[in-house]
Design a protein around this ligand. Structure first.
Ligand SMILES: [Zn+2]
Length: 251
């Protein structure tokens, strides 16, 4: 494919020194998927590119791209930064994990559609001080579909019942009503209100999630449940997740 100059809107989330003074930076974009950009000379003192490539910067980046492999960063416009995330270790750890998780769900240049809005919303909320744990759990539940795991959370997977008490079954790929608990003895054995939280954060349009308040015991239980769902269906081994878990243990 021919190379062309194009503008992409996106968020910078990973960077790495390359050769002498070049930088490789990953950007998750609104319409062009996740792209690795090379910024030649970005680490030289006089370069103007470096400042636009700090983690959690977002804006318009002008790239020279063939739609595959490395794209060349030429210049940028209106770049801002999520300062709250950049300057806070905990927020930073959550935001890094969220973007890492998205990075593994898609291949480069694959249009990520609505998930871009989800990611941008999540970062905005974390940046502004909303509980990063709940935002992260929401993103994890909503990204399951992008990994090809689309659990049935609207109704019991066996009988279709929509209301009542539910538990989650990894084997059945969704929720079971209390009449069908017997189908999977290895179901997660969550309290009904814990399953209700999983359903809410997975199904609710994310813009409406800001008001959901969840106590810390429930939050811990849903954290464990989501970790198990990921381990047993996708089995990622992300360093950003390990770091986040260690950080939470030490707090
Ligand atoms: Zn049922």
């Amino acid at each position: 494919m021919a190379r062309e100059l194009k503008e992409v809107q996106g968020i910078i989330f990973k960077r790495q020194k390359f050769h002498e003074a070049d930088l490789l930076a990953k950007i998750v974009t609104q319409k062009n998927g996740i792209i690795t950009m090379i910024a030649r000379g970005a680490l030289r003192p006089k370069s103007k590119l470096g400042a636009s490539l700090l983690n959690f910067s977002f804006g318009t980046y002008v790239i020279y791209s063939s739609g595959q492999g490395l794209s060349n960063l030429r210049t940028y416009k209106n770049v801002k930064q999520f300062d709250g995330i950049f300057n806070d270790l905990t927020k930073n750890a959550y935001a890094s994990f969220i973007l890492d998780l998205a990075d593994h769900a898609f291949i480069e240049y694959q249009n990520i559609g609505k998930y871009y809005d989800l990611l941008f919303y999540a970062l905005q909320k974390i940046d502004a001080g909303t509980d990063p744990e709940m935002i992260t759990q929401m993103v994890q539940m909503q990204l399951l579909a992008a990994y090809g795991v689309a659990p049935e959370l609207r109704h019991c997977v066996i009988c279709g019942k929509e209301q009542g008490e539910f538990d989650y079954s990894i084997k059945q790929g969704g929720i079971l009503c209390s009449q069908h608990f017997y189908v999977d003895s290895a179901r997660l054995h969550l309290l009904p209100k814990e399953t209700a939280v999983l359903r809410t954060i997975a199904l609710l349009p994310f813009e409406r999630l800001g008001t959901v308040k969840i106590n810390s015991a429930t939050k811990k239980a849903t954290r464990k449940a989501i970790d198990r769902i990921y381990q047993e269906t996708i089995d990622l081994n992300l360093k950003t997740k390990k770091f986040l878990d260690e950080l939470n243990l030490s707090m």
